[in-house]
Design a protein. Structure first.
Length: 262
């Protein structure tokens, strides 16, 4: 009499293991995407998004694009990185009014942007957690948190290297808790301390400033370094970039569609 019950149980188990696929990327419990050194990419933060560039990774603005856009890129075989500013306030973001004046510092050189007092994690942690929730809910695979080296700039706050390490690790933890990979943006001096906390790196102009060798800990750890130059020819920086294992390309400052990869 128990045999029909056992058969029914087996059928239910098989049915549960063959659920219909959806548009979300595969992300098994406890795992997150890990881009490897040399992975080609596209970084587009302005203009109409062109989803047809034949690369496996796209880095796009997290606020400007919806879940349908991310799903479309996934259908095209892309992994998608969510660009956010986590170290500076931007007056044009929909949550700008939630940042109290007390955490807003000097301008960071871009119109409408000001450095944040990253020591005030009591204020910033819930705000950044909400932004990372947005990236997760839209289906992004990873996050690129920008302006993560305020302690090396004139922010209006007496930020220290220890403050920056603490804040950067906070952002990495919040991303990982949501199943998102996370990249270290610039902050070259703290790479030895942070390479274990981040899944990849994003760098601007290391070749121009002769700093690319500082990124080798990421490559040695099997983690991609997504790198761009703006003012050099590919002939000038690509040979070293290839030797170091960087994912390098030439872009224009507006970070539109145009790119020239190594």
């Amino acid at each position: 009499m128990r045999r029909p019950i056992l058969l029914l149980a087996l059928l239910l188990l098989v049915a549960g293991c063959t659920s219909a696929p959806d548009d979300k990327p595969d992300r098994p419990s406890g795992q997150r995407w890990q881009p490897r050194p040399g992975t080609p990419w596209q970084w587009q933060l302005s203009g109409r998004l062109d989803p047809t560039v034949d690369v496996p990774v796209y880095d796009i603005d997290g606020f400007d694009h919806d879940a349908d856009t991310v799903a479309d890129l996934h259908r095209r075989g892309r992994k998608v990185i969510c660009y956010l500013s986590t170290g500076a306030w931007e007056e044009f973001r929909p949550d700008a009014g939630k940042f109290p004046e007390s955490v807003l510092g000097k301008g960071n050189g871009w119109p409408g942007e000001r450095w944040l007092d990253i020591r005030r994690t009591d204020v910033l942690e819930p705000l950044m957690a909400a932004r990372l929730d947005m990236c997760r809910d839209k289906g992004f695979d990873a996050v690129e948190p920008d302006n993560m080296d305020g302690y090396r700039n004139r922010t209006g706050f007496p930020l220290t290297a220890a403050d920056q390490l603490r804040y950067n690790r906070l952002i990495a933890r919040l991303a990982h808790e949501r199943g998102l990979a996370v990249g270290l943006k610039n902050d070259l001096d703290q790479i030895p301390e942070l390479v274990g906390d981040f899944d990849f790196a994003v760098n601007e102009q290391c070749a121009q400033y002769r700093e690319c060798a500082a990124l080798t800990p990421f490559v040695e750890a099997g983690k991609a370094v997504f790198h761009v130059e703006y003012e050099m020819s590919t002939r000038a920086f690509c040979p070293e970039a290839r030797r170091l294992g960087l994912s390098s390309m030439l872009k224009r400052y507006e970070l539109g569609v145009w790119r020239r990869a190594c």
